[in-house]
Design a protein around this ligand. Structure first.
Ligand code: ZN
Length: 330
């Protein structure tokens, strides 16, 4: 009520200025102030999260989220058991699951680790380019792209319509990964539900291979100063983890060693149907989690809830994930 005296002249001024005041949506509560019935925005903040790791600037870039039927995808427990574990974290299947890429600015190189799904995985994903730009970087500035593995939600953003999305970048991946997914023979003999994966790789990583811009490595390899590849085969034939280090600070990006935080941190023996070698994938996850908890470095993964960076602490037979504290950059 106290604004009434101000509102009336303001409205009169608007009318005098030629504004169609009647078209402005204003609700008047009986006996109360006039309130604008603003439409709901239905969007979130641009999907990037930035922090410093020593002298390196790290930016997590969201590609969006996708709902996964995790209670049937996860293996080693019954659907009912998975549903029960999820419920304890106030979650349920299908679970809205993040897909992220990671930009590392070393000061001399701009490196992107994984590229999201592009157009390969439906309309809720494929936002990496828009969020990269929102974060202040242009795709032309990316020097190197490191691929954890060649599933569509990690390579899909590399190209669209036969054109490289990152025109100045060289793509690096383990030779076993590239050889497996770019093989016409493997594509032909693949199960019907996997054929799309091979087509997706051809349409994305294949664009860089054809241009001589896919440069493979085998096993543990130093890539640029402060970033190295460490083999973590199991989820796919050439699955790779990337270790980022600057000024004694360390971030290990583990790709798809984990898909469902609420289930696989407390019990790393739970596997997922996408694993090409279930036993090896489980072994790599257990080894990685034990090392992260013991050493205390930061762990990041593409499918942890955005921004998907935090520390692990041992807890009984499993682990607890402590997401990073929100920080501004000074
Ligand atoms: Zn994935």
């Amino acid at each position: 009520m106290k604004f009434e005296g101000l509102l009336v002249p303001a409205r009169a001024a608007l009318i005098a200025a030629g504004f169609a005041v009647a078209a402005i949506s204003v609700a008047t509560i009986p006996g109360g102030d006039a309130l604008a019935a603003a439409p709901m925005a239905k969007t979130n903040a641009p999907g990037f999260y930035r922090f410093m790791l020593g002298d390196f600037e790290v930016t997590v870039i969201s590609d969006g989220t996708v709902e996964l039927p995790v209670d049937t995808l996860l293996k080693g427990k019954t659907k009912e058991q998975i549903d029960e574990i999820l419920a304890k974290s106030y979650l349920k299947s299908p679970l809205e699951t993040s897909v992220d890429g990671f930009v590392i600015n070393t000061g001399s190189k701009l490196v992107l680790i994984d590229t999201g799904a592009g157009t390969l995985f439906g309309p809720t994903l494929g936002k990496l380019l828009a969020n990269l730009k929102a974060s202040g970087y242009q795709p032309e500035q990316i020097d190197e792209i490191y691929i954890t593995h060649m599933h569509p939600d990690h390579v899909g953003g590399l190209a669209s319509d036969g054109k490289a999305a990152f025109p100045n970048a060289v793509v690096r991946a383990d030779k076993r990964e590239a050889d497996y997914w770019l093989s016409d023979e493997n594509a032909q003999k693949a199960a019907a539900d996997m054929k799309g994966f091979f087509q997706g790789v051809k349409a994305t990583a294949g664009v860089y291979a054809a241009a001589g811009k896919l440069k493979t490595f085998t096993g543990n390899t130093d890539l640029v100063p402060g970033v190295k590849a460490v083999s973590s085969v199991g989820h796919t034939p050439g699955h790779t983890t990337y270790v980022v280090e600057s000024q004694g600070q360390k971030l290990v990006l583990v790709g798809d060693l984990i898909h469902v935080a609420a289930v696989q941190f407390p019990d790393p023996t739970v596997t997922i149907g996408f694993d090409s070698d279930t036993k090896m994938a489980e072994g790599e996850r257990e080894k990685q989690f034990a090392d992260a908890a013991k050493s205390g470095y930061l762990l990041g993964a593409a499918h942890l809830p955005f921004p998907g960076i935090g520390h692990l602490v041992a807890d009984g037979k499993g682990y607890r994930f402590l997401p990073v504290n929100y920080a501004q950059i000074h």
